[in-house]
Design a protein around this ligand. Structure first.
Ligand code: SF4
Ligand code: SF4
Length: 250
């Protein structure tokens, strides 16, 4: 039986998710026994015409990105978005709240006309996404879970409950008790509450649960001592393309 053809693609991102894969070390050799990696710019020069599974990192930010992601989608049976930039627009999408011309001026100066851009979007805003690996950088256990499930023809487990649930089941001390704020109550689980586990607040890198109560989240952050503007900034950090209702909040 032939192995599934797997490819990795990158768009606007820091490429941390791809590096995370190269850091899989112990699992990498067993993955290579189960799949044929046919494209992966960070690691090889080969190209292929079709893919059983395409993993896509990064957000869509230029007209060329739009053409490329449509082309990848056409040639892929399954498309998986990898990491906060691909799933939610990520930190890149913060630029959408500023005037586009001003941003281009700041970044490219007199060369700004050489770099056409569009508002930053998650991959799912442009093409159908079958599965998501969340996190900034992406969660490697979740990546392995999704890859193994797809190889075995099973449906991967999808999380839509709050980080607090994982945090409580690990019996961590709640960081709210130490005076910090925490976005765990509204952030989508799946990381094992790794930040609170290590004494840090959750900054929401995995995006929010699907039924987030934005007003309740703002109230919770106000109770933690954050001004309204600071609370909005915290909530938008990784997910500004999802929380459009917060656009323009001063
Ligand atoms: S530390 Fe954060 S994630 Fe953990 S229980 Fe408290 S609020 Fe929830
Ligand atoms: S605890 Fe929060 S910030 Fe930390 S990895 Fe999980 S979702 Fe991301």
């Amino acid at each position: 039986m032939s192995k599934p053809k797997v490819a990795f693609f990158d768009f606007a991102s820091c490429e941390g998710c791809q590096l995370n894969k190269l850091n899989l070390e112990n699992s990498l050799l067993s993955i290579l026994e189960l799949v044929d990696i046919v494209e992966f710019r960070e690691a090889m020069d080969d190209r292929a015409d079709e893919y059983d599974i395409a993993f896509v990192e990064g957000s869509i930010s230029t007209p060329t990105c739009v053409e490329r992601i449509h082309d990848i989608r056409r040639r892929s049976k399954i498309l998986v978005a990898l990491g906060a930039c691909a799933v939610q627009g990520g930190i890149n999408a913060l630029r959408n709240s500023q005037p586009a011309e001003w941003v281009k001026e700041v970044v490219y100066g007199d060369d700004k006309y050489l770099f056409p851009s569009i508002p930053v979007q998650p991959v799912s805003a442009v093409v159908k996404v079958d599965y998501e690996v969340r996190g900034c950088p992406m969660s490697t256990p979740e990546f392995l879970h999704i890859l193994k499930s797809l190889i075995l023809g099973r449906k991967p487990e999808i999380f839509d409950h709050a980080v607090c649930v994982e945090c409580k089941s690990s019996e961590n001390e709640c960081v709210l008790e130490t005076g910090m704020f925490c976005l765990g109550p509204v952030t989508r689980a799946g990381c094992g509450a790794v930040c609170p586990e290590n004494g840090q607040y959750c900054s929401g890198c995995r995006g929010y649960v699907s039924n987030i109560n934005t007003d309740g989240a703002l109230e919770m952050l106000a109770e933690n001592g954050l001004s309204r503007l600071e609370a909005v900034k915290r909530l938008r950090l990784f997910c500004s393309s999802e929380l459009v209702e917060l656009d323009g909040v001063k």
